[in-house]
Design a protein around this ligand. Structure first.
Ligand SMILES: NC(=O)c1ccc[n+]([C@@H]2O[C@H](COP(=O)([O-])OP(=O)(O)OC[C@H]3O[C@@H](n4cnc5c(N)ncnc54)[C@H](O)[C@@H]3O)[C@@H](O)[C@H]2O)c1
Length: 351
């Protein structure tokens, strides 16, 4: 088991990584207080024996699987169940699932009695390399992603690669989407992906990058928990990615890959991304998109996705669309475009 400490002004949390993390940490973490587990219907069905083994005495809330349930109604249902089950300030919430479960359970933990302790147990590659770490919690509202949320750090994150064995290929690709985002920010991860370009669908190879991605994120979050500066870098590809995700119904990780593809092309055209480097990043993104290939989404109405980008949290009041984009190997910058120019770029570069 490897342990990374993430220290912010609000909390000192620990991220444990390894096949032995559940046995090493879970018995201790669940002892001594009332426990409340949030999971989703797929994970609960696949891991019923696991839940029986570790959480037979806990209250378990099973969310229907899918992004569409990351909403206020589900959040309210979780909070009602926590209240009815007699949870109190010393109780602990365990989020066992992908990014959807982690985001909504983390938000419920932040709200219940103004905050109870939360443990993240991520079961998707995306949640293991990214979403379970850093304390961003949220639900979607009125078709806008993550618009209601809180920064609320988990006390521990248990990252066990064993959960990944049941992941469908498309979910591996979604995790790869966030790994490629880290490659756009971190030269070591970029080099590892480039020199193992034929292993982008190899789960063991991808899981071997988990620690590097988490270390990168933990360092960024420690320096800027509330996203006033460097943490904005972690949104590379996400302005357009979220808009595509909402408009096309693609999964988050796939949306991020398409978002990075379009935003990198925009950054090259605007002269803010080194062309040679940008082209090598685009080649990597295209290889990642070819993992578990789906038919190319219909981008004929991509202008509508631009409208979704208008509501993005990263925008300011000047009406410009703000993106974090790759600049050169291991370097990023921010780019703001007037809405009409951004919309025209989407139409041009989505092809
Ligand atoms: N908080 C953050 O910092 C952050 C960062 C990135 C993404 N996110 C959010 O994360 C969400 C995407 O996360 P995701 O890709 O994990 O999606 P998800 O939680 O919807 O999980 C994807 C699918 O995999 C299934 N699943 C989960 N674990 C499994 C397992 N071990 N075996 C088989 N199937 C399994 C789920 O039931 C679901 O159908 C989005 O809502 C996104 O906004 C948050």
């Amino acid at each position: 088991m490897k342990t990374i400490t993430l220290k912010t002004p609000s909390m000192e949390g620990r991220i444990h990584i390894g096949a032995d993390v559940i046995e090493m940490r879970l018995p201790t973490l669940r002892a001594g207080q009332k426990n409340f587990v949030v999971t989703d219907s797929n994970v609960y069905a696949l891991y019923s024996a696991w839940f029986e083994k570790y959480f037979s005495n806990a209250e378990i809330f099973v969310l229907p699987a899918g992004e569409e349930y990351k909403n206020f109604t589900s959040l309210q249902s979780i909070l009602i169940k926590m209240t009815g089950a007699g949870m109190h300030r010393t109780s602990r919430v365990f989020a066992v699932g992908g990014g959807v479960v982690g985001d909504i359970a983390g938000l419920a933990a932040s709200l219940f009695m103004r905050g109870v302790s939360c443990v993240q147990i991520p079961t998707t590659l995306l949640a293991q390399v990214d979403s379970s770490v850093g304390g961003k919690t949220a639900v979607d509202l009125c078709g806008v992603k993550n618009v209601v949320g809180a920064f609320y750090q988990p006390c521990e994150v248990l990252v066990s690669p064993d959960f990944l064995k049941t992941l469908p290929a498309r979910e591996i690709k979604c995790g790869l989407g966030e790994i490629v985002k880290y490659a756009a920010l971190n030269a070591e991860i970029f080099d590892k992906l480039e020199s193992n370009i034929d292993k982008l669908a190899d789960l063991d190879f991808l899981a071997s990058l988990t620690e590097l991605c988490i270390r990168h994120k933990a360092q960024v979050v420690e320096g800027d928990e509330k996203e006033n500066g460097e943490r904005k870098s972690l949104n590379v590809g996400h302005t357009t990615g979220h808009a595509i995700e909402l408009e096309s119904g693609l999964s988050h990780g796939e949306g991020v890959l398409y978002g990075m593809r379009i935003e990198t092309k925009i950054a090259i055209a605007q002269g803010v991304c080194n062309r040679k480097y940008g082209e090598s990043l685009l080649a990597l993104i295209d290889k990642a998109l070819a993992v578990a290939p789906q038919s190319m989404p219909d981008f004929s109405q991509i202008g509508q996705a631009a409208e979704k980008a208008r509501a993005d949290k990263k925008n300011a009041d000047d009406g410009k669309i703000r993106m974090a984009v790759a600049q050169d190997k291991g370097a990023w910058t921010s780019l703001a475009l007037p809405f009409e120019e951004y919309k025209n770029c989407l139409i041009e570069y989505a092809k």
